[in-house]
Design a protein around this ligand. Structure first.
Ligand code: AMP
Length: 183
């Protein structure tokens, strides 16, 4: 299976759940910028303090901050990886390309999890995270459509995009992703 992956898709599509399953089944580093940022907020670090208010309203934390997190983790890691929630805009995608050129690595696939918008909102309201109230969810969807969705074309033109239907049972979706990622 492909070993250097990123996950794209709107909030609520199940990126975190699927990324975690795939990473543990195929021994990949699961790098979730959202999880790492939430850990910084919980620990009350300066980085967490900077990110907290932006996350609470569903905006994007600064590129420099997120990049520093990703850079540190990828430099330390040898082996396959799965990026979950990064890149979130074109600037981050370009910075990632540069970082990977430095590391002499390339992205092997960008998995796009696709789900109907009604189901997205239902899933988010069901999981009860602090940034999952309705107004914040609406803002996160808007941020996704305006800033993150353009990345679909960025990876499609490079022949890296794998579209996966994210509706249905968790295990069935994992198997769909695995099938899309066969070498
Ligand atoms: P997630 O867990 O991926 O839904 O991320 C939760 C929140 O963390 C987002 O709404 C953003 O505020 C922030 N965040 C996560 N990843 C990024 C990123 N790559 N760039 C900027 N902000 C991010």
């Amino acid at each position: 299976m492909k070993q250097r992956l990123l996950f794209l898709g709107p909030p609520g599509a199940g990126k975190g759940t699927q990324a975690e399953r795939l990473a543990s089944r195929h021994d990949l580093l699961h790098l979730s910028t959202g999880d790492l940022l939430r850990a910084e907020v919980r620990a009350g670090t300066p980085l967490g303090q900077e990110a907290e208010a932006v996350m609470a309203r569903g905006g994007l934390v600064s590129d420099a901050l997120v990049l520093a997190i990703v850079r540190e983790r990828l430099l330390q890691h040898h082996g396959g990886w799965l990026l979950d929630g990064f890149p979130r805009n074109l600037e981050q995608a370009e910075a990632l390309d540069q970082l990977l050129a430095e590391l002499e690595q390339g992205i092997e696939a960008a998995v796009l999890l696709e789900l109907d918008e009604g189901l997205l909102v239902q899933r988010m309201l069901g999981r009860g995270r602090a940034d999952d109230d309705e107004a914040v969810i609406r803002n996160r969807l808007e941020v996704y459509h305006s800033l993150t969705a353009p990345l679909v074309a960025h990876y499609a033109t490079r022949g890296l995009l794998c579209r996966v239907d994210a509706a249905g049972e968790i295990e069935a979706i994992t198997q769909r992703i695995e099938a899309a990622l066969l070498d």
